[in-house]
Design a protein around this ligand. Structure first.
Ligand SMILES: Cc1cc2nc3c(=O)[nH]c(=O)nc-3n(C[C@H](O)[C@H](O)[C@H](O)COP(=O)(O)O)c2cc1C
Length: 190
């Protein structure tokens, strides 16, 4: 089975580049998922969306509807369409975001805004019915993980995907949550 991990953590290391925050919680979850998936002999790929150019949705058409609702492609020229098309090649997805201000990160919101618009009304969608795991990585308080996961519930509804893991993670509970990550990943194979 082919599994795509999309992560949404920012870490500005110099003026030109964003890289995944390798000491951060989001990246630790990416590594854990890669490890668990490889143990089960799944093919796994990771894309850090923060390294890509994804502009905000401009709600380009009449009354707020864009061509994406009918043509299932975005008119903007950036990395979005390529990633959307590439997602078709995978059987399941893991979405991992930090929690900022009780929400998913800005890059996650921007990406999923456009994914929803392109895919929600796509009867030929290759994403629908596929399994997803959503992980919300928060700071010490863990506040906002539930709101973030609720937003993923909404995303899951509009994408028509099947959520098999809905996982709140903080630095303090990460060790324990590895077991939940493992159990959720096992559900990809069922
Ligand atoms: C702008 C900003 C807002 C944040 N808001 C929250 C929050 O609402 N709740 C929370 O528990 N942690 C919050 N945090 C902490 C991050 O969720 C936490 O540090 C997380 O581990 C960041 O992911 P990373 O380790 O991959 O960088 C915030 C951090 C930043 C930078």
């Amino acid at each position: 089975m082919k599994v795509l991990i999309l992560s949404f953590s920012n870490n500005l290391v110099n003026e030109e580049s964003f890289i995944p925050n390798k000491i951060g919680l989001t990246f630790s979850c990416v590594e854990e998922c890669e490890k668990q998936l490889s143990l089960l002999e799944h093919e796994v790929e990771h894309i850090c969306i923060n390294k890509k150019s994804i502009k905000k949705c401009i709600a380009c058409g009449k009354r707020g509807w864009g061509i994406c609702a009918e043509e299932h492609i975005c008119i903007q020229k950036d990395d979005f369409n390529e990633i959307y098309k590439y997602m078709e090649e995978f059987d399941s997805y893991v979405f991992i975001t930090p929690v900022y201000f009780h929400e998913m990160s800005e890059s996650a919101k921007t990406f999923f805004d456009r994914l929803k618009r392109c895919d929600a009304f796509n009867n030929n969608s290759k994403i629908k019915k596929k399994k997803i795991i959503c992980i919300a990585c928060a700071g010490g308080s863990g506040s906002g993980t539930e709101e973030t996961l609720k937003a993923f519930d909404t995303l899951n509804y509009f994408l028509g995907t099947e959520m098999v893991g809905r996982i709140p993670v903080t630095k303090d509970n990460f060790k324990d949550q590895k077991e939940i990550i493992e159990k959720s990943i096992n559900l990809f194979g069922e």
